[in-house]
Design a protein around this ligand. Structure first.
Ligand code: AMP
Length: 187
C-alpha cells in the first residue's frame, strides 16, 4: 500500500505519520526531514534548499525530484510506504507516478488532513516555541499557509479527479484523528 499524506503545515501530519508508519509497518518518506538532514550535512541539495525553507517557500521541483529519485534507488519494491509532505505540486505528483510505475506500483490512497486555520496557526506557534524550527516564525507560518493554498491545493484537485482522495477531519485528539484515518483507509 502506498499512501500519500497531504495537508497544510501544522495540521498534524507529523504526529499521524509516525502512528501510520508503525501501525502498518510502512517505509516513511518525508521530504521535509530529508531536506533538514541534507541541510545539516551541508550537501549541495541542502545548500540550495536552505533559503527556500527558511522563507517558507517550496523548494524547486527539480531538487525535490532529484532527492526522492535517489531515495527510490533503494526503495523496497514490496513494502508499503507513506509519502509525507511529498508530492506538493502536480509536477511532483507526475514524477512520483513515473517512479512508482517503474516498480509496477501506484499511489493507492491519498489522505488529506484538514483543520481550522486558527487552530493550525496556534499549533504552529506552539511548535515554534517547543522545537525552535527555523521556519516556524509568525511571518513564515503565514507564507507557508499561503503557499499551500496556491501551490498544493491544485494537487488535491488532481488527486480528487483520480478518485484516490480521502478527506479526513484533523480536529480533535490524536487518537480520534488516527481512528478517522484508519476508517478512511478501510473505506
Ligand atoms: P515539512 O517538514 O514537510 O513541513 O517541510 C518543511 C519545508 O521543506 C517546507 O516548508 C518546504 O520549504 C520544504 N519542502 C518539504 N517537502 C517539499 C516538497 N515536496 N516540495 C517542495 N518543498 C518541500
Amino acid at each position: 500500500m502506498i499512501i500519500v499524506f497531504v495537508g497544510p503545515p501544522g495540521v498534524g501530519k507529523g504526529t499521524q505519520s509516525k502512528r501510520l508508519v508503525s501501525h502498518f509497518q510502512l517505509v516513511h518518506i518525508s521530504t521535509g526531514e530529508m531536506l533538514r538532514k541534507a541541510i545539516g550535512e551541508g550537501t549541495r541539495v541542502g545548500v540550495e534548499a536552505r533559503d527556500y525553507i527558511d522563507h517558507g517557500r517550496l523548494v524547486p521541483d527539480d531538487l525535490i525530484v532529484e532527492l526522492v529519485g535517489k531515495r527510490f534507488e533503494t526503495f523496497p519494491s514490496e513494502q508499503g510506504c507513506l509519502m509525507d509532505g511529498f508530492p506538493r505540486t502536480i509536477t511532483q505528483a507526475r514524477s512520483l507516478d513515473g517512479l512508482l510505475e517503474k516498480l509496477g506500483r501506484r499511489v493507492d490512497v491519498v489522505i488529506e488532513l484538514v483543520a481550522d486555520r486558527d487552530e493550525i496557526r496556534r499549533r504552529l506557534l506552539d511548535r515554534a516555541r517547543l522545537e525552535g524550527r527555523s521556519d516556524d516564525s509568525p511571518e513564515t507560518i503565514t507564507a507557508r499557509l499561503e503557499i499551500f493554498d496556491r501551490q498544493t491545493a491544485p494537487l488535491i484537485d488532481f488527486y480528487r479527479k483520480c478518485g484516490s482522495l480521502r478527506q479526513v477531519n484533523g480536529m480533535g485528539t490524536p487518537d480520534e484523528v488516527f481512528n478517522r484515518i484508519l476508517d478512511s483507509i478501510r473505506s
